[in-house]
Design a protein around this ligand. Sequence first.
Ligand code: SF4
Ligand code: SF4
Length: 317
Amino acid sequence: MSEKAQQELSDAKNIFTNTDKNPSNILPEKLTLDSTLQFECHPGVSCFTACCHNIKIILTPYDILVLKKRLNLASHEFITQYTEPTYLEKTDMPGVQLKLVGEKNGCPFVTPEGCTVYEDRPTACRYYPVGMADFHEGGAEDAEEQKFFFLVKEDHCKGHEEPKQWTIRDWRADQGVDVRDEMNKEWLRLVMRRKSFGLQATLSEAAKRMFFMASTDLDTFRKFILESSFLDTYVIDEETLAKIKEDDIELMHFSFQYLANTLFGAGEMPIRQEKLQAKIEEIKQRQDDSLLKAERDYEELKADRDRLMKESEEKKG
Ligand code: SF4
Ligand code: SF4
């Protein structure tokens, strides 16, 4: 394997593969959609649900949306109850991961019989054990060529000993990964963009809070659009406005567009120039109400996490 290919594989620990602790679990082979995978996971494997413990499951905005709907919770209730804060891909962009629970440090949705939210399980659970490396940041013509897959093989996972064979394409279709990729695409692009800028240029605290609110708490983001001075500032056509009032997925896509525009100056979000100057102070004031709430949730989550970490360290010590 060429040096470049080796480097790409070692960089390939993507956001959905929990391989940070031991990157050697990534097999040194770049796979395509037509490559063969020998693997099956079912309740009969001796390791059943082993991978649902001691794991880092990052949630995408779409994962949150689907899970909170399934559990019939508002987004802030879901993130407070089931998640804890994390940073995405070693950037300063705040996101959430599933909060592990119990003595076995397990996912809150795992039972001995399996996953209780299986049909709506997060993207990361669907990917395992096939990761995808996608280095382009968006818009590149050779985007498809830059994409490849890789296999994660961990000792505890006995699914690799099962005889069933698939192509990577069929495996991904079976796991519903393609749909998730489409839904997560723009959000991932934001994270990769941020990563490509490096940490020298830090995001302001307000920008981080806005990113957190718009990508984890869509209910609050909707209020922010409809009840703050947002609509006095941005020109949003009637059709889009009607959709984002009713439809969470439309709102999610709108949030990506808004974040790309405000954080990276990408795309078009026309501003009502005539009102802009006079409104700046007022907007700051009004945004603060929505932002403060998002910030409070985030700070609570952080404090909770710190307390748990301290308790666990004290136990170990
Ligand atoms: S959501 Fe389901 S599949 Fe994913 S870690 Fe939790 S129990 Fe396992
Ligand atoms: S460790 Fe592997 S085979 Fe076992 S339950 Fe998890 S994915 Fe399935």
